[in-house]
Design a protein around this ligand. Structure first.
Ligand SMILES: C[S@@+](CC[C@H](N)C(=O)[O-])C[C@H]1O[C@@H](n2cnc3c(N)ncnc32)[C@H](O)[C@@H]1O
Length: 195
């Protein structure tokens, strides 16, 4: 029996339990400790709705917003389409705001918010991915997006993904105001050679 001293059987038991617990800790659970790659600028709600419409969100699908800011995209997806949605942000302040948006939207049963670095994520469960990052960050995500199942849609506010041909691209001016671009890709990604 283990008292206050580590005996060999006790140590073995601890090591075995530790090893057994390892697969339960995924990259999704890692708490990031670095600065965001881009600051928070929210996507206007009219653009959020257009992004989700372009992504053709269907019942039963899962939406991921990579860098979710105040959580407006996952909450909009849950409220408008009744789907499960996940928001990931590296900034704990944004995570807190997102959790408030989820609570205010009464969609706690559909939306999960995680404090995570999007470059550490396994995206395999997503059907739709929304982005409002930066062009270079979209490109950095390509290796992860290449692992998505076929038929997933990726929509990006304002920023293209160099080297991958979009399926559709629109320019949109809500209420005649400033122009927003939205890019849509579908997996498998269609790669293009640099000019
Ligand atoms: C331009 S905002 C977009 C917010 C939201 N998606 C929207 O469209 O309203 C970008 C967000 O990405 C987050 N971010 C930056 N780098 C990140 C990273 N490596 N992993 C996770 N989130 C990140 C920022 O904290 C910020 O909230």
């Amino acid at each position: 029996m283990c008292t206050n001293r580590l005996t060999r059987p006790c140590l073995t038991a601890i090591i075995v339990s530790f090893i057994a617990l390892q697969p339960l800790t995924t990259a999704q659970d890692k708490v990031p400790n670095r600065e965001p790659d881009v600051i928070f600028v929210p996507t206007p709600y009219e653009v959020v709705n257009k992004m989700l419409e372009m992504a053709d969100v269907r019942p039963g699908e899962i939406v991921y917003d990579l860098g979710c800011g105040d959580g407006r995209i996952p909450v909009a997806a849950a409220k408008k389409y009744g789907v499960r949605a996940w928001g990931f942000d590296i900034n704990p302040v944004r995570v807190k705001e997102s959790l408030e948006t989820v609570a205010n939207g009464k969609v706690k049963h559909l939306v999960t918010i995680k404090h995570a670095d999007v470059f550490e994520l396994d995206l395999s469960k997503a059907d739709v991915i929304t982005l409002y990052l930066l062009p270079a960050l979209n490109v950095k995500l390509i290796p992860q997006l290449d692992k998505l199942k076929p038929g997933c849609r990726i929509v990006s506010h304002d920023f293209n993904m160099e080297g991958v041909r979009p399926k559709r691209e629109i320019t949109f001016s809500p209420n005649g105001g400033c122009e927003h671009r939205i890019f849509l890709w579908e997996t498998p990604l269609e790669k293009v050679r640099p000019q």
